[in-house]
Design a protein around this ligand. Structure first.
Ligand SMILES: C[S@@+](CC[C@H](N)C(=O)[O-])C[C@H]1O[C@@H](n2cnc3c(N)ncnc32)[C@H](O)[C@@H]1O
Length: 317
């Protein structure tokens, strides 16, 4: 398994966070610990990082890789949407900087048994937190297999359109329902083949199943709902001058971050035609990235997965 993970836009994130030696930071998506490592190095000798992840496999790898920072990091298995509650249990009520690096890690994508990738044959799972026998949260979450085999055509169409912006959502959904009448769709390869057969050939440079896999992953993990809740939790936890850095990988996520930042930064939230402001809203952040920061050519060459990354940063006022 390749764990030589390069943190996307790592230098840029550190440049905005400006980690201090007495600072406390949250890495809400610790993954393989790449960004946490960079923040811990930059905040030596005393800066502390709280690293949150849904995935216990990722936390096992991160724990090993962050060992050299001794007692300057704490790893928490949980959802960044609840970061304020998670940090409260560590008696932390305010922090100096927060990072969310959204999506899946290479560890998850490259592990066939997790079912995230059409490049590897595996069970259609896609839960970021597959959990253990006694983990009730994970047990109540649907797997991609359940979604694909148990949803109506209309629900599948809605998922593929809403979370994958898939043009051929209807055709794909009908093919899935026809195929599962013969046998359940249980593997990534089965699903990828059905999607490939449903769409016109040669229409796009990306694999025909890319959007359907993205849509199922977002739906299974409630990624957009978690993002909205995570942004709100983050802004309340930041100390004045603390920065929130968010790295997104597709337009649905980026749109949410952009609009949330704009709302926080606005002087007034009254409807457009209100003659005099009655909301008395005060901006809570300054947006530091008028346009999103993108990886440069060298980074994309070294780490092709960074090519769709966009970093947006807001500073708490
Ligand atoms: C792109 S990876 C992060 C990689 C990390 N920045 C690094 O340098 O290694 C995203 C990670 O976020 C985790 N994740 C996604 N959504 C989450 C959520 N709502 N709460 C906590 N962790 C989440 C995933 O399990 C995955 O490990």
């Amino acid at each position: 398994m390749d764990i030589n993970h390069i943190p996307v836009l790592g230098d840029k994130v550190v440049g905005f966070l400006k980690p201090k030696s007495d600072g406390i930071y949250i890495d809400g998506t610790v993954g393989l610990g790449g960004h946490s490592t960079a923040i811990l190095k930059a905040s030596a000798p005393n800066g502390h990082v709280f690293g949150i992840d849904l995935d216990t496999d990722a936390l096992t790898v991160a724990k090993d890789r962050l060992q050299i920072f001794a007692d300057r990091f704490s790893l928490i298995n949980g959802n960044f949407a609840e970061m304020n509650v998670l940090l409260e249990s560590h008696a932390i009520h305010a922090v100096d900087g927060i990072l969310l690096d959204l999506g899946v890690s290479s560890l998850q994508l490259d592990a066939p048994h997790r079912g995230f990738s059409f490049n590897h044959t595996g069970p259609l799972d896609m839960r970021m937190n597959p959990g253990h026998e006694n983990d009730t949260d994970a047990k109540t979450m649907l797997t991609a297999m359940q979604v694909v085999n148990d949803s109506t055509v209309d629900v599948l169409v809605d998922i593929f359109k809403r979370y994958g912006e898939e043009r051929f959502a209807k055709r794909i959904a009908h093919r899935i329902v026809a195929a599962r009448r013969h046998e359940p769709i249980t593997t990534t390869t089965q699903l990828a083949n059905i999607v490939t057969q449903s769409v016109p050939k040669g229409g796009s440079k990306i694999h025909p199943a890319t959007r359907v896999f993205q849509a199922l992953r977002i739906y299974v993990n409630a990624e957009l709902e978690n993002l909205m809740a995570g942004l709100d939790a983050a802004v309340t936890l930041l100390k004045p001058n603390g920065c929130l850095c968010v790295i997104t990988f597709h337009s649905l996520e980026d749109r949410i971050v952009k609009h949330r930042f704009q709302t926080w930064a606005r002087m007034c939230l009254c409807p457009p035609k209100t003659p005099i402001c009655i909301c008395q809203h005060n901006p809570s952040v300054e947006i530091l990235t008028k346009r999103p920061v993108l990886p440069d050519v060298t980074e994309v060459q070294h780490n092709p997965r960074s090519r769709s990354a966009k970093l947006r940063v807001a500073r708490k006022l």
